[in-house]
Ligand binder design. Structure first.
Ligand SMILES: C[S@@+](CC[C@H](N)C(=O)[O-])C[C@H]1O[C@@H](n2cnc3c(N)ncnc32)[C@H](O)[C@@H]1O
Length: 182
């Protein structure tokens, strides 16, 4: 991944934002640009960035100047509240206690619905090749305002790896049980 990425805060910077900035620098070793009164676009242009992480008090997103990528639960929150498993979970015919491998986590809507279906003794191992999406989703589900999402996050292990690399180095049977194939 060769994108040039930086980090900034909201115009009114707080201690809380700087804590998140420190975590991002530790994780990704990205440059920090003091926001001062500058616009997101002007920081992106001045430093020739592809993307800028913007840390606000209650939001964290990646901006390319025109679009924002931030974690959100998508329709998973509606399905969880309505106890509607959705077509993927129904098709998987999951049992409580199952260990499921989600090869493409994205923002984690499927992983959350799967985590709900497999119960508190189940586990989702979720792979995401893009480190920034993996970070946004891990942070998003673990700090969500929705209690149910925070609870389900404890059943989801996120690994920043492509499924090709993961599968190459993983026994066929991830749990020592017969893998169910469909
Ligand atoms: C369409 S999204 C997945 C949506 C997700 N299932 C959900 O419920 O939100 C596809 C995701 O897979 C990731 N991805 C693409 N190729 C991958 C690979 N080879 N290994 C792991 N993740 C991959 C992309 O970065 C992207 O975040």
């Amino acid at each position: 991944m060769n994108s040039r990425i930086g980090i900034t805060t909201a115009k009114r910077t707080s201690e809380r934002q700087l804590e998140v900035v420190k975590g991002l620098i530790k994780q990704f070793n990205l440059p920090f640009f003091a926001r001062n009164k500058n616009s997101i676009n002007s920081i992106i242009e001045k430093h020739k960035l592809d993307y800028l992480f913007v840390v606000e008090n209650t939001k964290l997103y990646l901006s390319d100047g025109a679009n924002k990528l931030f974690w959100h639960p998508n329709t998973a929150i509606l399905k969880l509240k309505e106890n509607n498993a959705g077509p993927l979970v129904r098709a998987l015919d999951l049992k409580r206690g199952d260990h499921v491998l989600d090869c493409t986590l994205g923002l984690g809507a499927d992983a959350l619905l799967i985590a709900n279906a497999i119960g508190e003794n189940g586990k989702v191992t979720a792979l995401e090749a893009n480190p920034y999406i993996a970070y946004l989703t891990e942070r998003g589900i673990n700090t969500s305002d929705f209690q149910i999402i925070k609870q389900l996050a404890t059943r989801i292990d996120i690994i920043n790896l492509s499924y090709q690399d993961y599968l190459k180095n993983t026994q066929k049977n991830i749990d020592g049980q017969k893998a169910r194939r469909r």
